[in-house]
Design a protein around this ligand. Sequence first.
Ligand code: NAD
Length: 348
Amino acid sequence: GAVVEFSYDALPGRVVFGPGVARTRLADEVERLGARRLLLVASRRSADVVAAMVEPFRGRIAGTFDAVREHVPVETAQAAREAAARADADAVLCIGGGSTVGAAKAVALTTRIPVLAVPTTYAGSEVTPIWGMTENGRKTTGVDPAVLPRVVVYDPELTASLPRELAVASGLNAMAHGVEAFWAPRRNPVSSVIAEEGIAALASGLRADDPADLLRGAWLCGAAFAVAGSGLHHKLCHVLGGTFDLPHARTHAVVLPHVLALNAPGAPEAVARTARALGTADPVRGLRALADELGVPRGLRELGMAESDIDDAARLTEPAVPADNPVPVGGGALRRLVRAAWAGEDQR
Ligand code: NAD
């Protein structure tokens, strides 16, 4: 094929994966990191599970922060940093979903101490150097290598406790990382291969309700997204979540087939790889069929979006779409996409 120019920055980080590793390997990983005074970040929800997990090295827990909140409000970031200072922490151990990882990243951003992450959802934040914070309802994100966890311990026994609806939403959120990685601004041959493998693992994990496949897929798709960056799909979902307050993971699930439908004519590699990963000829139909099978609503209107918000959503998203999106989004194309995603119908 044609030689395409790209540049690729591989991200560092150690991954330990396996059923039970949070029980059997975590103490060794703390030791390996050389951490003596850990700040433990975990939500109250999981207090019992977390207490058992850290029991083998509880002498090294110098402080705890459990006031985790969604989208890391600046007050939460500040409180977590104060907890780290009080504990004189030399590392952060976070155990939880994307919100918990987000609080740990907020600490690392200012203190520069390393993060050890034990994810309990499929959000993928643990493999990205991206931090996010909200102030007065506005979300700010940035990239800093200091927030990328040094070690990730992936244990599918932990995600097994996710209620089915959360697991589905989170798994499809992860799938969006993979599909978007095919056309995102820093896509490259490595991220594309990883994304295809990740999508396949997620599809089988979602169908079979298999936490190990789901977690492996979430890691791979998160890793692809981490190097490839955000494209049209994430820019649109960011606006829908941030400005119109739609639920993060389910919004991704509804929007993804529509973005793929729009981009498909200009993105043959995305089409071919997604089709192969889903084991279908038509990946847009494949994604829809999977979402239907999993009981995901078809349209954003079912998630509470008002028809009158369609124009604003398109207008706010357009300037953020990367210039090299596979198809142009001007001339009303984005509005047609948002409208179709709102109605749950094909784009016309
Ligand atoms: P979350 O962390 O808020 O968790 C969702 C809910 O699931 C919470 O109520 C939580 O208590 C519960 N939960 C978590 N693990 C569970 C388990 N094993 N069993 C039962 N319940 C469990 O949500 P999320 O989807 O994991 O993360 C979303 C957040 O992460 C958003 O703020 C998003 O912006 C951020 N995020 C950031 C990046 C990044 O690269 N920086 C990437 C993806 C997501």
